[in-house]
Design a protein around this ligand. Sequence first.
Ligand SMILES: *Cc1c(COP(=O)(O)O)cnc(C)c1O
Length: 733
Amino acid sequence: MSQTEIALNQSRKEPPATLGLTAENLYEKCMALARNLWWTWQPEVINLFRDLDPIRWRQLDHNPIALLSEFTPERLEMRAAELVLHSRINHAFRRLKEYLSETPLWGRTRSGVLGSKPVAYFSLEFGVHESVPIYSGGLGVLSGDHIKSASALGVPLVAVGLFYDQGYFKQHLDINGWQQEEYINIKVENLPMEPARGPDGKPITVEIQTRTGRLLAKVWLMRVGRVNLYLLDCDVPGNSPEDRELTARLYGGDNRTRIRQELVAGVGGVRALRALGIYPGVYHLNEGHSAFATLEATRMVMKDDGKTFDEALREVARHTVFTTHTPVPAGHDRFDRNLVEEHLGPLRDELGISLEQFMGLGRVEPQNEHEPFCMTVLALKLSRHANAVSNLHGYTSRRMWSHLWPWRVEEEVPIGHITNGVHIESWLAWQMQQLFDRYFPVGWMSRMGEPEVWQAVHNIDPGELWETHYSLKNLLLAFVRRRVSRQCRRRSESDEAVEAARNILDPNTLTIGFGRRFATYKRADLILTDLERLARLVNDPQRPIQLVFAGKAHPADEPGKHLIKRIASLRHDPRFAGRVAFIEDYDINVCRHLVQGVDVWLNTPRRPLEASGTSGQKAVLNGVLHLSVLDGWWAEAYDGSNGFAIGRGTHHSDPQVTDARDAADLYRVLEQEVIPLYYDRDIDGLPRAWIKRMMNSISSLAWRFSAQRMVADYVQHAYLPAAGGTSCDMNFR
Ligand SMILES: *Cc1c(COP(=O)(O)O)cnc(C)c1O
């Protein structure tokens, strides 16, 4: 980028992030810390909150606002005096203020051109922290990690989504292992949100006309470091009782609920930004769910600049970036024409096009009356910059959507890829971070995207690395025992069962973790293919293994629930009792414990259906070795010495053949590679070769699969070209 392009235009229309940081006393300072989700990746601040009341902290899902609301300012002062917290609170508060007022160099020089016109990042879920449950799984956590890293790099970006006051469901299993879903109303006053205000200082409400009525949504502001996250919420007085529930649940309801939610997020989201005085230079659609945003943006360009529909559409497409996240058909929303006309009809009138023309925007064959309206197709047509989320997923996506460009050969289908990454500060264990601090170059946390920084991991004393891992493993086991015994109590099981749960698993046994959504393609049961063989491995007297599972099935996914039942029921099989655990209610907190504490992270998707996967990236940061099918990110990450591979990176057209081959290879790798390597100890009891592999894994993978690298790639290959309205340069595959 040339100097002239670096427009250091700081006239952003958003409220400054430092607003409200005028705290006088200790209580206000703690509240100010709690009200910016920056604290969620600051171990120092997390420890501070925990120290205030460790038991309530855990019971309240690590929600500092809920915790502080149980204190009066006087009691907090007393508690702080007791624990000598004053200087820690003052220090944390000062650091937050500094963080919010500095503009990181990287963002200033690399994305300055975006300055006055930020990226508007749309996603239907955001997983920032377990205390803000408006996410379901990987997509949401990725959005959360994206905005955290955008904040770190200083990329001018605002995020837009929906606020679900019941969030996603809480999972419990009944006595038979069958999943029960419970929805709990979130207390809004306990969340770090406030009404978003327009330039006139008034709270904002957006309005959307449909053919059958009018939808209203209020707008919340949540602060995630330097990034503002705006969440639309239909629970407002002017809506019908039914519409007030529209945004109550994530992925709840039928297709009609779905299109209405997507209308609010997309069209409502763009209107909210306008009401806030924010004029985006780039629209980033994180998944097709929010693609209606492009049509509202088109309407605005027509109205503001007097352009024709075609001109305006092209203009918007030049500024739009679209990321597709799954090759699984159910992941792509499709709506019939009645639903589309009912909800988009009034907008279509303003665009001045016919219903057939409109439907054509969401069809592969525009004239095909039988084809429904697909949000992914709309997003692909309305973006000049489309990308998949791993190299392999790029190939899969180009093949999957090649019929949209029938005149092109597959390699020329304009879908590139930017591989996902994770926000290191959020997923790296604090103990591990402290170890790295002692061996890594000073200031390494601000240079995490650089490979050289991570080479220092090879200087760490192997014994120390192993000890750190071992202590994290013990923390995990304590967590598992606590949760599993609580699960037993909740099901009113016998005292013996509860007591047994308090003693399950053994810290010296090779521990394999599996935590993810129980979608069938993820094949949680692949390792159960040959139960006899698994039982032999689990009960090996010298070299046993044990397994910890966690994950939710979508409420409508019966096969997924059967998988859970099968795994949860293993505890009744004497061969597996005390050796296999299922932790209910998988969320960011459970995931964090698992990826920091197991020895091996198991990933067994049916290739090529795992677009990227990110939980394995969280695990490798912590020295946990990845054992995975060569799918998603692992297909480009595995180098033979930084983890373990299942299969050879091929798949059969018959899924049954693929499954059988993968299962056989999984057992082979376990028996011949993983288990021998883990139990091969020197005279100090250290598994030298294993530790070496942990180091290889960290040094070769952490920087590459970090969200910093990912966001930097988006800036360079997608945001800057889109801001300039130039064509895509993302096809660098
Ligand atoms: C990281 C994460 C995921 C994504 O895991 P995959 O590897 O993509 O399956 C899902 N759920 C939670 C709670 C996570 O933290």
